[in-house]
Design a protein around this ligand. Structure first.
Ligand code: FE2
Ligand code: FE2
Length: 391
């Protein structure tokens, strides 16, 4: 992809994030429909669930599920290394059948306990692997009937497992390819000089932490949370279109320069429309999350943000979460013109911005509640000493 293909003049008055595209079914809805089909053949399959794997964190995270009769397992994550049996399946590219869970399910993870408590008696587990053997996640079929997954049943389910694996890897790999290509593009555009890779890693993780904290109260699905996590590093993609002289300018901006800098939001919206086409992501149901966080990550609830001065609920939740994570990271990490603020001070500043009506109180509360994890993220993803961060 040529970098010059990526820069566009913004269309005046365009509101790309608000375009009501024909609604595509979410991955969760498509899994639900497949589950129904499967139950016509094997009625005793009571649950189908997919967990995604994040190799950077070694975390397996609940992603999409179709659960009949029980409360689904949500916003749950655990290290793959803590589950030797699943780790072995991934390494050997093998599936696993458990005929009688109370006797045979190894481990005492929250997940294993949950499966037993829900009364599931048998299960069939399939690792979702890419061609090169990298692990995307796992697919779980559970049943309240013991010994359901006989060889004949497994043979019937295999084709569905493959289908689900393809659906999931299509979306996830396409998104990862998009984010990866952006990381390359930002190196060419000197964006790397103003915004470190560690900033993007931390940001994405703060975003996930806040979203998980909001999940129960706002009814957020795991699928939404994971897509938000994957898309968050693209929030400032429009800065690729800002001239170097401005991007790298030391010191304060003139009002005209500030205005030009603020155009990165509209430039970003134009660029992601093009990328969505190039990476064939139009059919990803959650793609509007990307549009929203690029277009609205500098808006404030009281209308004092830019570029549109949107207020309150007019700012999508995805963007409100990203805004809080972005500001928290700016405060708590080093910039060339300032040292890092202690976490307490950074949180106090966010509280002031809530009191001033700018930031979403729930998002800041969720970050505060997850403070211990936020501190771990801050220590784990550190900027390199030679990385001078301007903005
Ligand atoms: Fe920005
Ligand atoms: Fe940022």
């Amino acid at each position: 992809m040529n970098l010059s293909d990526l820069t566009f003049a913004p269309t005046p008055g365009a509101r790309p994030w608000a375009i009501a595209a024909a609604r595509t079914a979410s991955l969760g809805e498509r899994i639900g429909a497949l589950h129904e089909q499967i139950r016509r053949i094997v009625p005793a399959v009571d649950r189908m669930a997919c967990a995604l794997y994040d190799p950077q964190d070694d975390m397996l995270k609940t992603f999409v599920n179709s659960t009949l009769g029980n409360e689904p397992l949500r916003t749950y994550q655990y290290p793959l290394s803590a589950s030797p049996s699943l780790l072995a399946l991934a390494k050997a590219a093998q599936t696993r059948v458990i005929h009688h869970i109370p006797d045979e399910l190894p481990g005492d993870s929250q997940h294993s306990r949950w499966v037993r408590e829900q009364g599931y008696l048998s299960s069939y587990t399939v690792p979702l692997l890419q061609r090169g053997g990298e692990l995307d996640g796992f697919l779980f079929f559970d049943s309240r009937t013991a010994g359901l997954f006989t060889e004949a049943v497994v043979a019937q389910l295999q084709v569905y497992a493959q289908l689900v694996g393809m659906m999931i890897s299509h979306e996830v790999t396409a998104i990862q390819a998009l984010v990866g290509s952006m990381r390359v593009a930002r190196d060419f555009a000197h964006l790397r000089d103003v915004e470190t890779g560690a900033h993007l890693d931390r940001m994405a993780r703060y975003v996930r932490l806040i979203a998980r904290g909001l999940a129960a109260r706002h009814g957020l699905e795991d699928e939404f949370i994971e897509l938000l996590f994957l898309f968050a590093p693209l929030h400032d993609i429009g800065k690729i279109g800002v001239p170097d002289a401005l991007l790298l300018k030391p010191g304060r901006f003139t009002p005209e320069e500030r205005q030009q800098m603020q155009r990165h939001v509209d430039l970003g919206s134009e660029m992601i429309e093009r990328l969505i086409q190039d990476f064939q992501l139009g059919s990803v149901a959650g793609i509007d999350i990307l549009r929203q966080l690029v277009a609205c990550h500098h808006e404030f609830l009281d209308g004092s943000g830019y570029p549109r001065g949107l207020r309150g609920e007019a700012i999508p939740l995805a963007a409100r979460i990203v805004t809080v994570a972005d500001i928290f990271d700016a405060l708590s990490s080093r910039r060339v013109y300032k040292g890092p603020q202690p976490v307490d001070t950074a949180l106090a500043t966010l509280d002031e911005m809530v009191a001033a009506g700018q930031l979403d109180a729930d998002c800041v509360a969720a970050l505060r509640a997850g403070r211990a994890e936020a501190e771990q993220i801050l220590t784990r993803f550190q900027d390199q000493p030679d990385e001078a961060v301007l903005a």
